[in-house]
Design a protein. Sequence first.
Length: 123
Amino acid sequence: MVDWNDSDLETIATAEELDLASERADGTLRDLVTMWVVRAGDRLYVRSVKGRGGPWYRGTQSRHQGRVEAGGVRQDVTFHQADPDEYAGVDAAYREKYGQYTSIVEHVLTDRARASTLRLEPR
């Protein structure tokens, strides 16, 4: 596992949204998708409201890598499926960061969304 440098970790973690482009099987990038991103400990996470069936999530599964952009930081990343023991910390991070969007944040706290939790690691 490669760690984020402190500056990029903080910048991405505090950005309101993140743009994510996964790589196709041929190595080209898909279109950017805008989503929420959270920090739990020294790791960054994203989730699909539609769970593992969500189009952008499915796109991450062909090569498990892509690119993210947030707060002026652009970084190539690897997508790692989070372990279930990471879910509680990610849930808490979503509640803390996006809690003001009560009716929306609940959608990323469902079992379906939890199953799509991806940890972003720089490469």
